[in-house]
Design a protein around this ligand. Sequence first.
Ligand code: ATP
Ligand code: PRP
Length: 212
Amino acid sequence: MITLALSKGRIFDETLPLLRAAGIEVLDDPDQSRKLILATNQSDLRVLVVRATDVPTYVQYGGADLGITGKDTLLEHGSLGLYQPLDLRIAQCRISVAVRDGFDYADAVQQGSRLKVATKYVGISREFFAAKGVHVDLIKLYGSMELAPLTGLADAIVDLVSTGNTLKANHLVEVERIMDISARLVVNQAALKLNQAPIRRMIDAFATAVAR
Ligand code: ATP
Ligand code: PRP
C-alpha cells in the first residue's frame, strides 16, 4: 500500500486533475466526509488528509510515502529525509513583503534600521532580510497576517500573494517579491528504497501529468 498525504482545499483540488490524468480517482470528497484516510480506485493507493503545514512531517517520518506541499511550507520545515523529484506547477503564487499603503519601505530598510515584520514564514523572512543586511524583529503569526500593519503590530508582513486581491482589500501594497512558489511532490527517501517500483510509478505518473 502506498500512502499520499494531501491537504484539503487548493492542494487537494489542484492535485485531483493530475491524479485523474494517471487514471486515479479519489473515492471520497474531504469537504463532504469526515474521513481522513481516503480510498482510491487503485487498491494499492490511499490518500491521507492532513494540515498543509503537516505534510512534510508526515512524509519525513514515514506516516506517508509521498506528499504534496507548497515550496513555502517545505522551506520552513526543512527537507531532511525528503526527496523532492518534481515541481508540480500547481498552487502557484509568490511570497512577498507588503506594507501599509503610504508606508515608506525604502527608507525603513536602509542599513542599520530595524523593521518589525509579522509572518508565518519566519525562516524564509530571516534569511531574506539577513541577505539584504536589514535588521528585523520577526513576529510569528499563524494567519490573517494582513492585520498586522493595520493594527500597528508590525511595519511589514511576509505572506503569499496570488491575485493581490487580499492585499488590495486591506490597503496593503507589495513592495518586494521574495520568490515564486508552487507545490512540490515530496517522497520519503527510505520508503523509496524499500518500495521502489510502486513509488517510482507514482512519481512517473505525476511527471507525465505535469508535462501534458
Ligand atoms: P495550514 O492550514 O496548515 O495553516 P494553509 O491554510 O496555508 O495551511 P492552504 O491555504 O491550503 O493551507 O495553502 C496550501 C499551500 O497552497 C500553501 O503552502 C501555498 O504553497 C499555496 N497557496 C496558498 N495561498 C495561495 C494562493 N492564494 N494562491 C495559490 N497558491 C496558494
Ligand atoms: C492566502 C494568503 C493570502 C492570500 C493571497 O490565503 O495567505 O492571504 O491567499 O491570495 P490573493 O493574492 O489571490 O488574494 P488563503 O486564501 O490560503 O487563506 P488562509 O489565510 O486561510 O490560508
